[in-house]
Each structure stands twice: as structure tokens, then as C-alpha cells.
Design a protein around this ligand. Structure first.
Ligand code: APR
Length: 255
């Protein structure tokens, strides 16, 4: 671990532009299950990939809206962990840092990170399924039972069509402006740190490969192996809340 941290300290100290790329594993130690953890309660008989689609929402809006509301409110109940706080500290101490996340919670923002690119949208940005009008939701936890329940989506205040979650579903395109900014960061950065993603979903998974081709040093923090391991000069088999505070601490060490 020390050799790894020594190497990262050197690169971090000299880095002009650091990119941190996070997935569901970044939120795991805040108590939010990763995307491929077994679903629980009402949704235990479904595959997440079967719920996170426009077809599922059209077929059964109450099932899909209930699932996302349960996830949104659980995200509101969760707290950022030391790894989220460490990333906000790193952002304040390096020349430039871009945080690209596949997560739809707001834990990075609540920990103080400023430039956060949400490739897959946000649980906290619902919008009309027809006219796109943003929809405001209460942030008060209604005391739902653990498993959540079916919930009819609210009607759009502008056109009365059903409101949908503000996330990117399977089969939908990523927000073009966000993807363009993330690709530009991959082309420009000199250090790329991936934390807590299985590297299975494209085009997000293409970004670290793009950074490697542009000459960046790649570091991965994940307790498990991933299909993209060979792209990483450093693969740390550890957790976000363990390693990121150690990396942030390097920035305060003399020399
Ligand atoms: N610290 C770091 N990594 C962790 C931790 C942890 N504490 N706990 C789990 N992990 C790792 C797992 O080993 C796994 O490789 O996090 C990864 C989580 O993988 P997924 O559940 O596949 O989540 P993710 O990679 O973010 O999925 C990408 O796919 O399903 C879509 O839109 C969804 O954004 C999601 C995307």
C-alpha cells in the first residue's frame, strides 16, 4: 500500500488535472446498495436492468416510480462517508479536479465536491415524461416500510403527463453535454482515479480507456477485479472509505 501511495503522491503533487470516476461502490459504505446487489422487498423478484427502462415505466409507472422514490429517499437518509469528504478535500488541493460519477445520489455534492458530472442523471432531478418540465419533490422521508411500495407518479404541473425519474435508463442516451465534458476531461487529465465501478456499462466504461490512450496514469480502487483491470497501472484491492482519506492525507504531508 505504501508504494502505491508514494507513487500516487508523486503524481498527485505534479498533476495539472485529476479526474475521479466513481460508480455505485463509492456509495456502498454510505449504506446504498450497489446497482448489482440483489434487490430487496417489493422489487426482489425483478432485475434492476428490467426496471430501469422506458418500457418498464410505460408498462407499470407505479412500480418504477415507487422503486425510484424508495431509492431517492434512502439516498436522502444516507450520509457521505470519509471517502466522499476526502474527494472534496483533494479537489481543493490540486490544480484542477473533475469528478465524473455514474451514481444518481447526491453524496458527492453533500460532501462538498463542486464540479460533479452526473453521466446517468440524478434521483433528485425528476422531470415530466412528455414536456420535460422539472418537478420539485418533498425531501421529507414519509416513513415508508423498508421494502418500499408501488407509487403512482405525480402529474406534471404544466401538461399533466406522468413525471419520471431524472435518471438515464437502459436504451437511453447519456446527456450529450455531460458526456462531452467527461470525454474532454479524459483527454486532458494526467491522473485518472476510478473508484467503485464494475466497468460493465458503456459508454461510461469507455472513458478510463480514453484517458489511458491520452497518456494519463490510471489508478483503480475496488475490492474486486473488473474487466478493465489491465488498463490500470495501479489496482488497489481496497474500499473507497479506506483509501481515499489516505490519498487526501498525502496532500498534507511535507515533501
Ligand atoms: N469501495 C470501492 N468499490 C466497491 C465497494 C467499496 N466499498 N463496494 C463495492 N465496490 C465495487 C464492486 O466490486 C463493483 O465492482 O463497486 C462496483 C459496483 O459495480 P456496479 O454495481 O456494477 O455499479 P456501477 O459500476 O456503478 O454500474 C454502472 O450501470 O447499472 C447501471 O446506471 C447503472 O450507473 C450504473 C452503471
Amino acid at each position: 500500500m505504501r508504494t502505491f501511495l508514494d507513487s500516487v503522491r508523486d503524481t498527485l503533487g505534479k498533476a495539472r488535472h485529476v479526474v475521479v470516476f466513481t460508480g455505485a461502490g463509492m456509495s456502498a459504505e454510505s449504506g446504498i446498495p450497489t446497482f448489482r446487489d440483489a434487490l430487496t422487498g417489493l422489487w426482489s423478484q425483478y432485475e434492476a436492468e428490467r426496471l430501469a427502462t422506458p418500457e418498464a415505466f410505460r408498462r407499470d409507472p407505479a412500480l418504477v416510480w415507487g422503486w425510484y422514490e424508495w431509492r431517492r429517499l434512502r439516498a436522502l437518509q444516507a450520509q457521505p462517508h470519509e471517502g466522499h469528504v476526502a474527494l472534496a478535500a483533494i479537489e481543493r488541493h490540486v490544480g484542477r479536479m473533475t469528478l465524473i460519477t455514474q451514481n444518481v445520489d447526491d453524496l458527492h455534492e453533500r460532501a462538498g465536491s463542486r464540479e460533479v458530472l452526473h453521466l446517468h442523471g440524478s434521483l433528485h432531478a425528476p422531470r415530466c415524461s412528455r414536456c420535460g418540465q422539472a418537478h420539485a419533490l418533498s425531501t421529507v422521508w414519509p416513513g415508508e416500510p423498508e421494502g418500499g411500495r408501488r407509487l403512482a407518479p405525480p402529474a406534471c404541473v404544466a401538461c399533466a403527463a406522468p413525471v419520471r425519474p431524472g435518471v438515464v435508463w437502459f436504451g437511453e442516451s447519456l446527456p450529450a453535454d455531460v458526456l462531452q465534458r467527461a470525454a474532454a476531461a479524459a483527454d486532458d487529465c494526467d491522473l485518472w482515479i476510478t473508484v467503485g465501478t464494475s466497468g460493465l456499462v458503456y459508454p461510461a466504461a469507455e472513458l478510463p480507456q480514453r484517458a489511458a490512450r491520452a497518456g494519463a496514469q490510471l489508478v483503480q480502487i475496488n475490492p474486486q477485479a473488473t474487466p478493465l483491470d489491465d488498463w490500470y497501472a495501479h489496482r488497489l484491492r481496497s474500499s473507497a472509505a479506506t483509501v481515499l482519506p489516505q490519498i487526501a492525507a498525502l496532500l498534507h504531508e511535507p515533501g
